[in-house]
Design a protein around this ligand. Structure first.
Ligand SMILES: Nc1nc2c(ncn2[C@@H]2O[C@H](COP(=O)(O)OP(=O)(O)OP(=O)(O)O)[C@@H](O)[C@H]2O)c(=O)[nH]1
Ligand SMILES: [Mg+2]
Length: 310
């Protein structure tokens, strides 16, 4: 008898959810950056262990939303948690311990606040979760027990795993457990499929990752990327055109860089990764456009599967 089910990975922004999903799947399905709020919409990756197929749902970080896009992101994350067969709450153990020791930076304190919000959310939804303490490569082992005890007091967790999504430590144990908790039933995807994201959208995400990696200080999440053309050519290569939207004229300059060198770097990095992912030659053309209202555009929400009206 086979098993198959949906496992939602939720957590505060930057906890390492996308890193974990990629690690569990064994290939990159979701983009990762050092910036909070990188993931904007749920992304599915498929992992297999023995007779079990797990559809891992990477979700946007849960935090106190302000803008429309923030609200839609948080709503989507909770929605996927509600629908899933199992929920993994991923917590940045390093940030929690820094805060407990009174050393936490502003970002750590924010993360700890978001963890509290998530615990409350799980409680009020009567949703039980598997706790996964992440980034254990950055903390002393003997600190994890106390952290686990504190979090378990909430009563929402059944078990805990201590992992490093980045190094892979502990991830196989978690995977084996998830394979047991998904229900019996037929697989949802063919055995060789690991992602479920349209190629145009994946291509846009890869470019957005490079934008964040290169100009994350200067462009605090004001950019979005849209694939406007994706054409397979007779010679087997693919021609991709993308628009990068920014909100202000000054941001266009930042993205272009001196003599256009920043945009060239972004384009080259994205093209290389896309060539590898799609396993063929990629011709990539990037255009930077100023569109103050891209984050208020219904079409953008529809394209990535987010609710506009929340
Ligand atoms: N040291 C360390 N860093 C990690 C680990 N897992 C993830 N990171 C880093 O944490 C940062 C955030 O990782 P992401 O996977 O993008 O986090 P996320 O939870 O998906 O973030 P959002 O999509 O913004 O909510 C990146 O710089 C990762 O490389 C880990 O186990 N150890
Ligand atoms: Mg993410």
């Amino acid at each position: 008898m086979t098993r198959a089910g949906f496992v939602a990975v939720i957590g505060a922004p930057n906890a390492g959810k996308s890193t974990l999903v990629n690690r569990l799947v064994g290939t990159k399905v979701s983009i990762v950056t050092q910036k909070v709020q990188t993931t904007r919409f749920p992304v599915r990756g498929v992992a297999i262990a023995g007779d079990s197929q797990m559809v891992l749902v990477d979700t946007p970080g849960i935090f106190k939303p302000r803008r429309r896009l923030d609200r839609a992101m948080v709503r989507a994350a909770w929605g996927r948690a509600q629908d899933a067969d199992a929920v993994v709450h991923l917590v940045d153990a390093h940030a929690q311990i820094e805060v407990a020791d009174g050393r936490g930076a502003a970002a750590d304190r924010k993360a700890a606040g978001d963890v509290e919000t998530i615990v409350e959310g799980l409680k009020s939804a009567s949703r039980r979760a598997i706790l996964a303490l992440n980034k254990i490569d950055l903390v002393r082992r003997d600190r994890l027990l106390a952290l686990t005890r504190t979090l378990f007091e909430s009563g929402v967790y059944d078990e805990v795993f201590m992992i490093s999504a980045a190094s892979g430590a502990g991830v196989e144990d978690l995977k084996r457990r998830l394979a047991e908790v998904v229900p019996e039933g037929p697989w949802f995807y063919p055995a060789d499929q690991s992602a479920d994201i349209p190629a145009r959208l994946l291509a846009a995400e890869i470019t957005r990752e490079k934008v964040y990696l290169r100009v994350h200080e200067e462009l605090p999440y004001a950019a979005s990327v849209e694939t406007t053309a994706f054409e397979e050519r007779p010679d087997g290569s693919v021609r991709i055109e993308q628009s990068i939207y920014v909100e202000r004229e000054g941001q266009r300059g930042i993205l272009l860089g001196k003599g256009g060198q920043t945009l060239r770097w972004i384009g080259e990095a994205s093209r290389l990764e896309l060539s590898e992912l799609l396993d063929r030659t990629v011709h990539l053309f990037l255009h930077v456009k100023v569109k103050a209202t891209w984050a208020e555009d219904r079409g953008f929400f529809r394209d990535v599967g987010l609710d506009f009206d929340v």
